[in-house]
Design a protein around this ligand. Structure first.
Ligand SMILES: Nc1ncnc2c1ncn2[C@@H]1O[C@H](COP(=O)(O)OP(=O)(O)OP(=O)(O)O)[C@@H](O)[C@H]1O
Length: 724
């Protein structure tokens, strides 16, 4: 019997003699695979079956001739170690199993397999390997008196897919159970605590006697079951026994002597032997599948549960264990194909990786001690000034951020209240003026187009045409201009992709001289182009019917008249222009000035861009000041598809029907509200302050400042006329 020594021994000494580290990381390593050739048996020699396999090195075995059925199949196979037929089992153990097997003393699970066809020498090999291993283990224990060892032994066989306890005289079938910690285990399996090496020898003898064997044509004493001998070793440092620091290393080594695959035709088996052979082959097939899958993908589904053999051996095949497989084979030519299958299995097996870990069992006291230490460490981390100060700084930063946001919210609320009060003022005035509800006798319509996202499509040419048309309108007579510009706008509206148009009318001043210094952006709304542009006439100029004269609110109300009214009066107003007295106009001007007084102030510092040809109201600018849901609604309209973007109002000549409107009140109040919104938008566009106090420079609208200025200008002119 050999003894543990050399570097391996030193390694183990380090483990069991030193401090045990809990939760040691696993070590990934491949299964150690070796091949052992046995000598030709007497039968094989007798029938003149030549030896076809030869070990050409310590790692490579070759077939001397090609395989009869597969002439192109490779004939050379390399493994971790190959053993010639004249090698004794001791050598096989030393080089092919010892390192793995003795890992058990350092708390690492290990397994030694023997795999091969029937009569290839598995039992012969495993018997010797087991003996060598146990001998070395006892030798190790003898050298390490500082540690207390407990050895336990158990043995099972899997016969026809029935698990049986080989240490029990009863032949009852044992059940397999799965446990989160223990993995798969055999229920009610007898486990004997070993007294000494001789005790183990006795038990192994019992197992041999209990194991199912039978005579076949190929093997007089053929094993008809898979046998698994399990030796569990627990060790603790004697000095810590019963103390807080006490820990235990616990691991098992499995000696697996598989039943041999056989061909019924060669084994000449029948009856019970044939049935056994079927079970053996089936379970070996599953083992081969598991090994093949493990050799390719580790994370895929591995059919461990397809047989009891693979269920029990799962930790040894792909889990927490070091594993060595010794493949045995007959060198006889008549078993070439079976030998080749064995080598293919071995080739797959050598690619399988296991993850062996040191298994440390802590005593309750040690566990409590360990947890207390961990708790103390965490508490000290919490108390660490560096950590605390960084947390404190983070909290301060968050607090500052919250305060800043609260301040911003307050400011926004103030702005919202201010905007709402302004809107109410405007609506109040608008409401007062609306009471008169005078039909628009005539009026010049100022249309503020609100281009939708396709505003970039507007060409300079189109813009200049519009301006020209407006000027034509202003200086050549309103009716003619309306026709011309209305037609032009119809075209423009198509190009604008259905722009939203707001119309503001002013009283007609046909005699007013051209104000070429101003480049207004007025357009004439085209009532006839509704089908195309779907414009909404939100604000229209009201004009008193000529001979009735203008009352003081007429101009004020001009921004509120229903579009129908405006439309109905377009054609009959020229004759009334001269009926407007200068006094009345001044009154109207004053009326207009009142609601716009504040707004004009805002517009005092306005920056205008007269060169732009369209009044574009950006709700983004307006809403910040007004905070009105009306703007939200308007913007919603902006965002709706073009077909839903505009509203027609009841009573329009086109019989318009509200479509896609977000405003939910009756048409008249809607008109009023829109007018109010419109005014608010006007005041908050170019020249109006943004919420943050800056100038709303992103709009192209010529604001109410211009409108009011024009009114002033007109009044002035009328005054002059009156004087004349
Ligand atoms: N390396 C070897 N040297 C000498 N004899 C051997 C060797 N290997 C096996 N034998 C002999 O070959 C015969 C068959 O061996 P063994 O029973 O171990 O085969 P097996 O693979 O276990 O067969 P089965 O699967 O049928 O149980 C035995 O008589 C055994 O003594």
């Amino acid at each position: 019997m050999g003894a543990i020594g050399g570097d391996e021994m030193a390694q183990w000494d380090n483990v069991d003699g030193g401090e045990v580290v809990n939760g040691t990381a696993g070590k990934l390593e491949k299964i150690l695979v070796s091949v052992r050739l046995r000598p030709l048996s007497d039968k094989e020699v007798a029938r003149g079956d030549p030896s076809e396999w030869e070990c050409i090195s310590d790692t490579t075995v070759i077939a001397r001739s090609a395989f009869p059925d597969r002439p192109t199949a490779p004939t050379a196979y390399s493994f971790d170690r190959v053993f010639r037929s004249d090698c004794d089992t001791k050598e096989v153990y030393e080089q092919g199993a010892k390192e793995v097997a003795l890992s058990v003393v350092s708390g690492i699970n290990s397994s030694i397999f023997a795999y091969g066809q029937t009569s290839s020498g598995k039992t012969y090999t495993m018997t010797g390997i087991t003996e060598c291993t146990v001998s070395d283990i006892y030798a190790y224990i003898g050298r390490h008196e500082e540690r207390a060892f407990v050895l336990k032994f158990s043995a099972i066989e899997i016969y026809n897919e029935v698990v049986r306890d080989l240490l029990s005289s009863e032949s009852t079938s044992l059940r397999l159970w799965d446990d989160a910690e223990k993995g798969t285990y055999v229920e009610n399996l007898k486990e004997v605590i070993l007294r000494d090496w001789n005790h183990l020898k006795e038990l192994i003898s019992v197992c041999e006697a209990q194991r199912r064997t039978g005579e076949t044509y190929l093997n007089e004493n053929s094993s008809r079951s898979h046998q698994i001998l399990k030796l569990t070793i627990e060790s603790s440092a004697r000095e810590f026994l019963g103390k807080d620091k006490s820990t235990t290393l616990a691991a098992s080594v499995n000696f697996v002597d598989l039943a041999g695959s056989e061909r019924a035709s060669q084994a000449l088996s029948a009856g019970a032997r044939l049935k056994e052979g079927c079970h053996i082959n089936r379970s070996l097939l599953t083992l081969g599948t598991v090994i093949r899958k493990l050799s390719k993908v580790r994370n895929g589904h591995i059919p461990y549960r397809d047989s009891k053999l693979t269920r029990i051996l799962q930790p040894s095949l792909g889990g927490n264990a070091r594993t060595a497989i010794i493949c045995t084979m007959s060198p006889a030519r008549s078993y070439m194909e079976q030998s080749r299958n064995t080598l293919l299995f071995a080739s797959c097996a050598k690619e399988v990786v296991t993850n062996a870990q040191v298994n440390v069992v802590m005593s309750d006291k040690a566990l409590v001690k360990h947890l207390q230490r961990e708790l103390a460490r965490l508490e000290s981390e919490l108390r660490c000034p560096a950590t605390y100060s960084s947390l404190e700084a983070l909290v301060k930063e968050k607090d500052n951020h919250i305060r800043k946001m609260e301040k911003e919210i307050k400011e926004l609320k103030v702005q919202r209240d201010l905007a709402q009060s302004r809107l109410q003022d405007l609506l109040q005035v608008v409401g007062d003026n609306h009471v008169s509800k005078r039909p628009l006798a005539s009026g010049r319509n100022f249309t503020f187009d609100v281009p939708q996202p396709c505003e970039d499509q507007i060409s300079t040419t189109e813009s200049s045409e519009v301006v020209d048309n407006v000027q034509n309108f202003r200086f050549q007579g309103r009716r003619a201009a309306q026709r011309e510009v209305g037609s032009q706008q119809s075209e423009n509206n198509v190009q604008f992709a259905t722009p939203l148009s707001y119309s503001v009318s002013s009283p007609p001043f046909s005699g007013m001289p051209p104000t070429t210094s101003r480049d207004d952006v007025y357009q004439i709304s085209n009532e006839d182009s509704d089908d195309v542009c779907k414009e909404v006439r939100c604000i229209e100029t009201n004009e008193t019917e000529g001979k009735n004269g203008l009352d003081s609110s007429a101009i004020g109300s001009n921004i509120l008249q229903d579009s129908n009214v405006g439309a109905s009066t377009h054609g009959n107003d020229d004759s009334r222009h001269g009926d407007v007295s200068t006094v009345t106009l001044e009154q109207h001007l004053e009326t207009v000035r009142k609601p716009f007084a504040n707004l004009v102030e805002d517009l005092g510092s306005s920056t205008r861009n007269p060169s732009r040809s369209r009044g574009i109201v950006r709700s983004r600018s307006c809403r910040s000041l007004m905070g009105s849901t009306l703007f939200e609604n308007l913007e919603k309209d902006d965002c709706t598809p073009p077909s839903r973007r505009f509203m027609d109002f009841p009573g329009r000549p086109e019989g318009g029907q509200r479509r896609g409107s977000a405003l939910n009140f009756d048409a008249e109040s809607e008109t009023l509200s829109r007018a109010g919104s419109m005014l608010s938008e006007i005041t908050t566009t170019r020249g109006g302050p943004k919420a943050n106090g800056s100038i709303a420079g992103d709009t192209e609208f010529t604001g109410i400042g211009e409108f009011v200025a024009e009114l002033k200008e007109m009044a002035q002119y009328q005054k002059q006329l009156g004087v004349c």
